[in-house]
Design a protein around this ligand. Sequence first.
Ligand code: CTP
Ligand code: MG
Length: 226
Amino acid sequence: GDVAVLVPAAGAGVRLGPGAPKALRPLAGEPLLVHAVRRIVAAPSVHTVVVAAPVTDVPFVRELLAPVAPVTVVPGGAQRQDSVAAALAAVPDGPGIILVHDAARALVPADLVESVAAAVRAGHDAVIPVLPVVDTVKEVSVDGTVEVVRGTVDRSVLRAVQTPQGFRRSVLAAAHAGAVDPLTDDAGLVEKQGVPVVCVPGSEYALKITRPFDLALAERLLAESP
Ligand code: CTP
Ligand code: MG
């Protein structure tokens, strides 16, 4: 394998409601992070996995993942971007392709990991999985006590973005080294460097578990997920 996968898993999960950090919440009895790592290592290209865990849970996460796969666990940071940077710093020499995958996308198909890696290997410096936007999207502004529609956005040119996002190693390293404002995804940093970002088809199974509804949906999808 020529691929290292960074797994940011250090978030609190505020939108999921009170409880453990999101990556450690159970889905069918096992933490989201365990599901995510198992699917990542099922992709044949994956050589190295580095998890950024909640600072106080690093020893626990090491024990949790030891029976699943050989992974490196590092303490995450205050923002997602800090967690990705900490994981990136722990990647050994070797892998030329780096993928970044949210632990919260616990049902990611191994095929999607493989297809993102393949697109980087084929020569694209930055690759993201995307889905079409299905809802009509409005731009609004607040007028007194109500939101008022300012316009309707052309949905046909919009895409919802998932992970894993894939990068040539030097491109991701340069983007993180040059980062100023924190962003919610790594491709955003790469875009700011003027590097073209290429889209590949995403998967509905790679949904991000954000709110309680998403966790309930993932529980239902688990048995049939690829
Ligand atoms: N993440 C991280 N370090 C942070 C914040 C987020 O590693 N400081 C990770 C999360 O663990 C998650 C991924 O980034 O796997 C995507 O973030 P998100 O879905 O926003 O998760 P949380 O930040 O945990 O959720 P919330 O924003 O609701 O608190
Ligand atoms: Mg968050």
